[in-house]
Design a protein around this ligand. Structure first.
Ligand code: ADP
Ligand code: MG
Length: 460
């Protein structure tokens, strides 16, 4: 029954989640309808219980009518058995402390001397990027839980933790949060955060000054190494090679490695196969694009932090309209509050719309004047070039006016700008066209319908 339940779970949750959370489950007891499953760590137990226990029970019950309950326990003996195919990942044993590392000869005197200067290598951390300021929602909860776990663990939880997702969704924020947390709780620990680009730069510089031994020691003596945006090492073989060795050395010593990228390990372009597969050995956590609830939550939290008084209506409006990423959302809120401060009045929905005109537009599907011209030309059976030409024959002049009218309605372009796109015409010509079409619509219901139809076609 267990094999069947596993198989069905795998189908339900997908390969990635299955590998991270469910594959490590082992059946350790089946007694009077009471199933007992074991996982390697407490964190995994909690996660499996809160996320998968209902499905586990239901699936099991459908295989075995006598089922009474499913219990999830932490495996008692600290086995070093490979779990999740990840070597030492999920190992609850404490990480080697510095004394051990020294005894093993892993920290050379050179590295030791530089110990206090690790801020030289590590990039500066944004003091605002902490776990406390990170708003958790369904798209980022796995990444958040994993990051927290890594930061709190006295031992290596999963190695590496691989965070991935689109731009502006909080990868860097989570990495900084880990760094702050560890530095605060365990100041003796060496935490390095840097971008993959900076890592490459450091390495290339070390090559030039023939100081690669010191370079290696710097990185190989850290407790937590975080490399942001590793997609940028794609295609650079020597840096990749070095990264790979550094990475392996750290993982072998049970040091925590955290990596972020814009794509999953298997989709990283220009990265060697063995590296891609190695990067996916620990926990791979995706940060999904935001949903409405998360966006609203983030806005409320930021508004509170900034102590700015923006009405819920306006925040809801932003959460609906600015869907690209969190950075733009923040930008929008900043602009609104700056505006409110300047004019000394709270922001209404209308002013928000005005102030954020361009952002709102960029977030909407962008309809260009050229698309409008082409569609209208096609509809009236004229050439696109006629939209721009100087010809005044009614057969081309009327469609041109319709296109101008729709450009005014469907884009945020100004009258002069629209005029320019129509073969360099004056804004008064556009204004005249808009008035003319309005007038004709009033006189001729058939014509009005035709224009509305064109408009709907363009909008979809
Ligand atoms: P990425 O590294 O994925 O491109 P960042 O971590 O730089 O994205 O996030 C962009 C901005 O959005 C930052 O200012 C960050 O603080 C903020 N941000 C992203 N996600 C959240 C969140 N869940 N809660 C609060 N702020 C967030
Ligand atoms: Mg980033």
């Amino acid at each position: 029954a267990w094999a069947k339940v596993r198989g069905r779970l795998r189908d339900e949750v997908g390969e990635a989640a299955f590998r991270s959370w469910l594959k490590p489950l082992t059946l350790v007891g089946l007694n009077n309808g009471q199933v007992r499953l074991a996982v390697p760590t407490r964190f995994m137990r909690d996660w499996v219980i809160s996320n998968y226990s209902d499905r586990l029970r239901a699936l099991w019950a459908s295989e075995d009518g006598a089922l009474k309950g499913v219990e999830i326990v932490v495996r008692s003996s600290p086995t070093r058995a490979p779990l999740v195919g990840a070597g030492k990942a999920f190992n609850e044993e404490p990480a080697d402390d510095d004394a051990d590392a020294l005894a093993q000869g892993n920290i050379t005197p050179v590295a030791e001397a530089k110990r206090d200067g690790y801020d030289d290598i590590s990039a500066p951390l944004d003091p605002r990027s902490t776990f406390e300021s990170f708003v958790v929602g369904q798209p980022n909860e796995l990444a958040y839980a994993a990051a927290r776990r890594v930061a709190e663990a006295g031992s290596v939880a999963f190695n590496p933790l691989f965070l991935y997702g689109g731009v502006g969704l909080g990868k860097t924020h989570l990495m900084h949060s880990i760094a702050w947390h560890v530095r605060q709780r365990s100041p003796q620990k060496k935490v390095i955060y840097l971008s993959a680009e900076k890592f490459m730069y450091q390495f290339i510089r070390a090559l030039r000054t023939k100081d690669t031994v010191a370079f290696k020691d710097q990185f190989r003596s850290v407790d937590v190494l975080m490399i942001d945006d590793v997609q940028f090492i794609g295609g650079r073989e020597s840096t990749q090679e070095e990264f790979f060795h550094t990475f392996n050395a750290l993982v072998d010593q049970s040091r925590q490695v955290v990596v972020s990228a814009d794509k999953s390990p298997s989709n990283l372009e220009g990265v060697e196969e063995r590296m891609r597969s190695r990067l996916g050995w620990g926990l791979v956590a995706e940060i999904d694009s935001t949903n409405y609830e998360l966006r609203l939550g983030i806005l409320q939290s930021k508004a509170e932090q900034m102590k700015c008084n923006v009405s819920l209506k306006v925040l809801e409006f932003l959460a609906h309209k600015i869907t690209s990423n969190v950075r733009e959302l923040e930008g929008a809120l900043n602009r609104i509050t700056a505006h409110a401060t300047l004019v000394g009045r709270p922001v209404t929905l209308e002013t928000a719309q005005e102030v954020l005109h361009d952002l709102l537009h960029a977030n909407a599907r962008r309809l260009t004047i050229e698309e409008i011209q082409r569609k209208v030309a096609q509809h009236f059976n004229i050439r696109h070039a006629d939209m721009l030409s100087a010809r005044r024959a009614r057969a081309v002049a009327r469609p041109r006016q319709v296109a101008m009218y729709l450009s005014k309605q469907l884009t945020s372009r100004s009258l002069p700008e629209i005029g320019r796109r129509f073969g360099g015409r004056d804004h008064t010509t556009v204004m005249h066209a808009v008035r003319k079409i309005d007038e004709l619509r009033g006189l001729d219901a058939g014509f009005a319908d035709e224009v509305d139809l064109l408009r709907r076609m363009l909008e979809n």
